[in-house]
Write a protein that binds this ligand. Structure first.
Ligand code: FAD
Length: 125
């Protein structure tokens, strides 16, 4: 039985918008999320919103992450650009990165994820 009490906290989300680095919270979006939550769980209609936040989901031009060394800066590695999957992919990204940093053969071919695929416009070139 779902019975929220004053001591329960719920995380309700989320939305997706392409707004650059803007992390302002939109009241309209919050209203929509609340409406949707109440539709599924009407008992939530009397709960108070105590906190809101907006975060970034950094992505790359080809929507694949960068898990790579950087040829121009020896010893510098990048693991970034996982968009909305960074938490789920953290274990494998971390494993690949640790293999790379310690000079081992990576479990998968990571050429497709290399930083150099964007290097034509890179400031490092
Ligand atoms: C609302 C929301 C829901 C999400 N839900 C999921 C989900 O359910 N499952 C999932 O897998 N992923 C989810 N994601 C995506 C996931 O959070 C990201 O893919 C992941 O956090 C990216 O990890 P990261 O380490 O690359 O970047 P981040 O987590 O963004 O870390 C970058 C860090 O660098 C710091 N930083 C930035 N600039 C500087 C600077 N100049 N100097 C020093 N530090 C700096 C930042 O403060 C931050 O701590 C969600 C994202 C959002 C916003």
């Amino acid at each position: 039985v779902f019975e929220p009490t004053a001591s329960n906290n719920f995380l309700i989300g989320s939305s997706r918008a392409f707004v650059g680095f803007n992390t302002d919270v939109s009241i309209d979006v919050m209203r929509g999320l609340a409406k949707r939550a109440i539709r599924f769980f009407p008992v939530m209609k009397d709960l108070h919103v105590i906190r809101s936040y907006a975060g970034l989901r950094p992505y790359t031009a080809d929507h694949f992450p960068i898990i790579s060394d950087v040829e121009a800066v020896p010893g510098f590695y990048i693991s970034a650009g996982h968009e909305g999957d960074g938490i789920g992919l953290a274990p494998i990204s971390g494993k690949l990165m640790s293999q790379m940093v310690t000079g081992k053969k990576t479990e998968f071919d990571v050429k497709k994820l290399s930083f150099s695929r964007f290097q034509r416009n890179s400031v490092l070139k």
